[in-house]
Structure formats: C-alpha cells, structure tokens
Design a binder for this molecule. Structure first.
Ligand code: NDP
Length: 279
C-alpha cells in the first residue's frame, strides 16, 4: 500500500472538536508540504493498537491529548528531556525509525510568554496542578524561574508537582492549598491560569481569585483557548496587567510539532488565522 502524503495526526478521545487539525493542515498547505494531519478518536483500551497502527502505516508522528498523555509512554521507544521529567507526552516524533515522546505543551507556553517576559529569575504562581500546569511549571523551572508556587484545590496533586520541581530542578517550589480567594502576593511577577476554569461552554465561570490583588506590573497568562479572551484576562487588563492568551501556546505547540515532523518552521500567522476561524 502506498501513501501519497506523509501522515501525522492526533490521538484524542473526542474527534469532534480538535482545532489543531485546521491549524496544522493550514501550515502544510501554506508551505506546500506533502503531509496530512488526521484526528483519530482513540479510547484508552485501544491506545496500544493505535500506536501499532501508526507504526505499521509509517506515520511520521502524532499528538496525544488527555487521557493518553501518560499511558502512551509505555508504547514508545524513548523520551525527550522535559517529557521524561514531566512523565507526560503530547507529541510523538519518529527519529531513526523509533517513536520518541516529547512534550510541547510547556514549550509552546514558554515561547508565547517570552514575547512579553523572560521567566528567568522570576517569581511565578501557577494556578492548577493538572497536565497543562505540570508541563508549564517544569518548562518555567528549566528556564530558570527563581520560585514557582503551585496553587491547587487538591493537595495531593499540588504537592506531587511541587516535589517534582524541588527534586528535579533548581527552582524553589511552594504549595498553596487553594480553598479561599487567591490573593496574588506582591513579590509575584507572573500569574498563570493552568486550570480549566473559564473554558467554553463555561466561559462565564470565574477563578477563585481576589481581583484586587492584580497589579499593573504583573504579567497574567491564561491557557484557555476557547474563548481566548477569558474573564481572567479581561479583569487583568482592567487592572493594567500585561496579558497573554492561550492561543499563543497552542500555535507555538503546533509550530514545534510541524518542525519535529517536517523540519520546516511554519508561519505562525497562517496557523493563528486558521485557529481563529474555527474558534
Ligand atoms: P486537567 O484535568 O489535567 O487539570 C485541571 C486542573 O484544573 C486541575 O488542577 C484542577 O484542580 C483545576 N480545576 C478544575 N476546576 C477548577 C475550579 N473550579 N477551581 C480551581 N481549580 C480547578 O486538565 P489539563 O491540565 O489537561 O488542562 C487544563 C486546561 O488547559 C484546559 O482548559 C485545556 O484546554 C487547557 N490547555 C491549553 C493548551 C493550550 O495550548 N493553550 C494546552 C493544554 C491544555 P484539582 O486538581 O484541584 O481538581
């Protein structure tokens, strides 16, 4: 059997809504690359077979979304540095015939943050301790952040991430048990929402945050892609903070994936426009 195009794609549990497809395909078309990006609905019990299928069909690589980011590791041949630290993979790349797991969630965030501020020597609060928070916190630590406070409702998840920061990086990790309105301490430079609060269809949901503690010299970043202009970002703008939306993170992740699979640095504007059309 012959393929006309090199195949890449995504293994996710919900094939109905994956804006990455339009974004990556737009990049392939723009750069006239003979690649395709296909979204496949894969249930957890079929993940091993799906990876075998990708190998059998010669896929160049693929993204994984939750709940596959940790489980997929056992079907791969190796891991990149940050993926190994985080214990989670969202991007698989074929290198010398081997499937290597990378994590572009945190790297995509970092690229988008660096346009506004370098996290080196900064004090940062990350709200949340799930997959996105874990990837972001580890990349921020590897980028030289001085201190990262993880604020989470669930203490076990929060402390596990803090232990990872303290055990595997040079950054000082702190845990905040988030059971009352979070007041951003005055020494904090960057506040990141890495929870799912504010994501459609619950765009009117607010974080448990003391909005009066947002100051003009604070950079506020949100991971939420849809809607991009979250209530947190509106509140932060009204308080004079510099804000960063979740679109930059997903576009940069897409750029990294395309680079890993094709070697081409894709046009960010083309990818952002394609994303904006589907959101
Ligand atoms: P997880 O389910 O792994 O984690 C969710 C986190 O949100 C947990 O820390 C959870 O806290 C917290 N949380 C949920 N509801 C609340 C609430 N009401 N109040 C406070 N905390 C809450 O999800 P992910 O980390 O995978 O994803 C988080 C968000 O990041 C999603 O919206 C996802 O779409 C987005 N994302 C964006 C990307 C981008 O490129 N822009 C890339 C990846 C993800 P607890 O542990 O206490 O339950």
């Amino acid at each position: 059997m012959n393929f006309l195009s090199e195949l890449t794609g995504s293994f996710s549990q919900n094939s109905a809504s994956n804006p990455t497809v339009e974004m990556v395909e737009a990049a392939y078309r723009h750069h006239k690359l003979g690649y395709r990006y296909i979204n496949c609905e894969v249930t957890p019990d079929q993940l091993g077979d799906a990876v075998k299928g990708a190998r059998a069909m010669g896929w160049v690589g693929f993204n994984c979304s939750q709940p596959h980011k940790v489980e997929v590791i056992k079907y791969l041949d190796g891991l990149g540095e940050s993926a190994a630290l985080m214990g989670a993979v969202n991007c698989v790349v074929r290198r010398d015939g081997k499937y290597i797991g990378e994590n572009t969630d945190g790297k995509g965030f970092l690229e988008s943050l660096k346009v506004v501020v370098d996290p080196k020597h900064k004090n940062i609060v990350v709200l949340g301790a799930g997959g996105a928070a874990r990837a972001i916190a580890i990349e921020l630590a590897l980028a030289g952040a001085t201190e990262i406070t993880i604020a989470n409702r669930d203490s076990n998840r929060g402390n596990e991430l803090v232990d990872l920061i303290n055990g595997k990086t040079k950054t000082n990790g702190q845990f905040f048990k988030w059971d009352s309105p979070f007041k951003v301490p005055s020494n904090i430079d960057i506040l990141v929402n890495a929870t799912s609060v504010g994501m459609a269809p619950h765009g009117d949901e607010r974080l448990n945050l003391d909005v009066e503690s947002l100051r003009t010299n604070l950079v506020v970043a949100d991971v939420i892609v849809n809607p991009p202009n979250t209530l947190l970002l509106s509140d932060a703008k009204a308080k004079g903070c510099q804000v960063i939306d979740g679109l930059g993170m997903i576009v940069n992740q897409g750029i990294l994936g395309v680079k890993y699979w094709t070697g081409i640095t894709a046009d960010a504007g083309v990818m952002r426009d394609a994303l904006a059309k589907v959101l």
